[in-house]
Design a protein around this ligand. Structure first.
Ligand SMILES: [Zn+2]
Length: 263
């Protein structure tokens, strides 16, 4: 089994295309979130994995991020497209906007966030774990579809499953960070360690509790905004796939381990 492109479906995105097959893939890191859906589109082989499972039975802190990324590594994918619902930390980033993250702040606590636990010692650079090349394609596609897009953004990743306290959220906003989420880390750095290009598509569903003058998040609101915009997310993913050349390569991401291995 081989695939060119990987998609990790976030909340509300549990299925992609009807024609294809669900397959089991084993990993040495344990079970991935679900079976993998393999299908073909425009002659490209695509592997889809619902991040929380098809029944949304895995909360963010229970997802086996190592196994999920390892599945894509085994399939030989060159790039991963990873949509996610996020909260906004700044008033200029509005509900329904798309953000392509280019940096992150890790506030998670108990996640397995590396493939390298010795004896091989690896210190990966996490300065570029979001692929610049793919962010450019994403921006172009959003503009074509008339979707309000921010082609840069710093995401704060919290452990969850609780939302932020008011003080925490105010601190994040004051620090100038842009959006908040519970699943971006360690998915992003594990993809980097696996030398796979990684693109996050963040869909803003609400404002976080510390954003001044704006009503705090309710789960009902999140689901409503997400539902309204899910078709846009699918359209953007499909158009990105169309833009990916068959002989896709990325010098930066595909050689991420060069110079990072000590022994
Ligand atoms: Zn890349």
């Amino acid at each position: 089994m081989k695939a060119d492109i990987g998609i990790i479906g976030g909340s509300g995105l549990y299925k992609f295309f009807d024609k294809g097959k669900w397959v089991n893939i084993k990993t040495k890191y344990g079970k991935p979130s679900d079976q993998i859906f393999l299908f073909e589109y425009l002659g490209k082989k695509i592997a889809f994995l619902p991040r929380h499972g098809r029944k949304h039975n895995l909360p963010p802190h229970k997802i086996n991020y190592q196994a999920n990324i390892d599945v894509f590594k085994q399939l030989g994918v060159k790039l991963i497209i990873s949509p996610a619902a996020v909260g906004s930390l700044q008033t200029n980033i509005k509900r329904g906007d798309f953000v392509f993250c280019n940096d992150f702040i890790d506030r998670t606590k108990k996640r397995k966030d590396t493939f390298f636990n010795g004896p091989k010692t690896v210190h990966i650079s996490s300065t570029d774990c979001y692929c610049d090349q793919l962010r450019k394609i994403g921006k172009k596609v959003c503009e074509k579809n008339k979707i309000k897009v921010h082609d840069k953004g710093i995401v704060v990743v919290i452990e969850g499953p609780r939302f932020s306290s008011k003080a925490e959220s105010k601190w994040f906003t004051k620090s100038g960070w842009h959006i908040i989420n519970m699943t971006q880390y360690p998915e992003n750095v594990l993809a980097r360690e696996a030398e796979i290009c990684y693109l996050n598509i963040s869909l803003v569903t609400d404002y976080d509790v510390g954003v001044q003058g704006i009503k705090p998040v309710s789960l009902e609101e999140v689901i409503k905004v997400f539902g309204k915009n899910i078709e846009n997310v699918k359209k953007v993913i499909i158009d990105i796939i169309k833009e990916i050349p068959k002989d896709y390569s990325c010098n930066k991401c595909h050689n991420a381990l060069k110079g990072a291995i000590i022994s």
